[in-house]
Design a protein around this ligand. Structure first.
Ligand code: NAP
Length: 276
C-alpha cells in the first residue's frame, strides 16, 4: 500500500474541475486523480496536462452510478488505504433556454448535483484520512435560491440540527412537488439548479457537524464553496472568470495547512466565508 498522499477531483475532464486538477498537480504533494464518467474524455484531459508538463492520474467515476463510486472507493482503499483530499466538483445545469419540462429538469439536476454528490460522500468520507480536506463545489445560486424559499423552508435549511435524512426528504419532496406542479405553492423557488445547490451547501454543513461529533480528533476540514462565474461549457463565454481563476477558492480549501482549524462547515466564495 502506498503512503503517498492522494487527491481526487470529480468531474475533472473539463471546466473548473480540470483547472482544479491542474492547480493540484502544481501544488499538492502527492498523487492527483483526474476523474471522469467517460474514460476517453478523461484520458484526453490527462494527456492535455501531460503536454503542460503536469502529471495527473486517471480513474473513471460517474457520480450517478453507485457501482462506479464503489469501484473508486475500493481502488483508493487498496492502493492508498484512504484519501487525503476530495473535491466534489461534478455537476450539471440545464441551459436557460432548454425546453425540457421543469419536473424533468428537477429530477435530472437533483440526481447528479445532490444525490450523486451525496453518494460520493457516503462512500468516500469514511476513507478520508486525518487532516484531510473535503471541498463541495456549490454555487452562490444556492444563497439566492435560499432567499427565494418560503420562510419555513429557509428555517429548515439554516437549521443547526437538520439531519441528512431530513435534507434528503426535502430534496425528494422538491422533485415530487415539481411533478405535481405544486412546488411554488409549497414554498420552493423556480430553480432546479438552485435547489440542488441548496442541497450541496446544507449537506456540507451537516457533514461538517457530523465530523465534529464523530471524528473530532481527526482535524478534517470540510467546506462548500462557489467558484465564481466561470467561463466553461456550463456558464458560457461571457462569464467573468477563467477556469484557473474559478479553481482558486476550491484549491485554497483543498490545500488548507494541517495546523488550520478552519474554515470548517462554511460556505465560501472568493476565499471568504459567506453568511448562510
Ligand atoms: P462543466 O464545464 O459543464 O463541467 C462539468 C463537469 O462535471 C464535466 O467534467 C462533466 O463531465 C462532469 N459531470 C457531469 N455529470 C457527471 C457525473 N454524473 N459523473 C461525473 N462527472 C460528471 O461545468 P463547470 O462550470 O466546470 O462546473 C463545475 C462545478 O462548478 C459544477 O458543480 C457547477 O455547478 C459549479 N459552478 C459553476 C459555475 C460557473 O460559472 N461555471 C458557477 C458556480 C458553480 P462530462 O464532460 O462527461 O459531461
Amino acid at each position: 500500500m502506498s503512503n503517498v498522499p492522494v487527491a481526487v477531483v470529480t468531474g475533472s475532464n473539463k471546466g473548473i474541475g480540470f483547472a482544479i486538477v491542474r492547480a493540484l498537480c502544481k501544488q499538492f504533494p502527492g498523487d492527483v486523480y483526474l476523474t471522469a464518467r467517460d474514460p476517453g474524455r478523461g484520458q484526453e484531459a490527462v494527456a492535455k496536462l501531460q503536454e503542460e508538463g503536469l502529471h495527473a492520474l486517471f480513474h473513471q467515476l460517474d457520480i450517478d452510478d453507485l457501482q462506479s463510486i464503489r469501484a473508486l472507493c475500493d481502488f483508493l482503499k487498496e492502493k492508498y488505504g484512504g484519501l487525503n483530499v476530495l473535491v466534489n466538483n461534478a455537476g450539471i445545469a440545464f441551459k436557460v433556454r432548454d425546453t425540457t419540462p421543469f419536473a424533468v429538469q428537477a429530477e435530472v439536476t437533483l440526481k447528479t448535483n445532490f444525490f450523486g454528490t451525496r453518494n460520493v460522500c457516503t462512500e468516500l468520507l469514511p476513507l478520508v484520512k486525518p487532516y484531510g480536506k473535503v471541498v463541495n463545489v456549490s454555487s452562490m445560486v444556492s444563497s439566492s435560491a435560499l432567499g427565494g424559499c418560503s420562510r419555513e423552508l429557509q428555517q429548515k435549511f439554516r437549521s443547526e440540527t437538520i439531519t441528512e435524512d431530513e435534507l434528503v426528504e426535502l430534496m425528494t419532496k422538491f422533485v415530487e412537488d415539481t411533478k405535481k406542479s405544486v412546488h411554488e405553492k409549497e414554498g420552493w423557488p423556480n430553480t432546479a439548479y438552485g435547489v440542488s445547490k441548496i442541497g450541496v451547501t446544507v449537506l456540507s454543513r451537516i457533514q461538517a457537524r457530523m465530523l465534529n461529533e464523530k471524528r473530532k480528533g481527526d482535524h478534517i476540514l470540510l467546506n462548500a464553496c462557489c467558484p465564481g462565474w466561470v467561463r466553461t461549457d456550463m456558464a458560457g463565454p461571457k462569464a467573468t472568470k477563467s477556469p484557473d481563476e474559478g479553481a482558486e477558492t476550491p484549491v485554497y480549501l483543498a490545500l488548507l495547512p494541517s495546523d488550520a482549524d478552519g474554515p470548517h462547515g462554511q460556505f465560501l466564495s472568493n476565499k471568504t466565508v459567506r453568511t448562510w
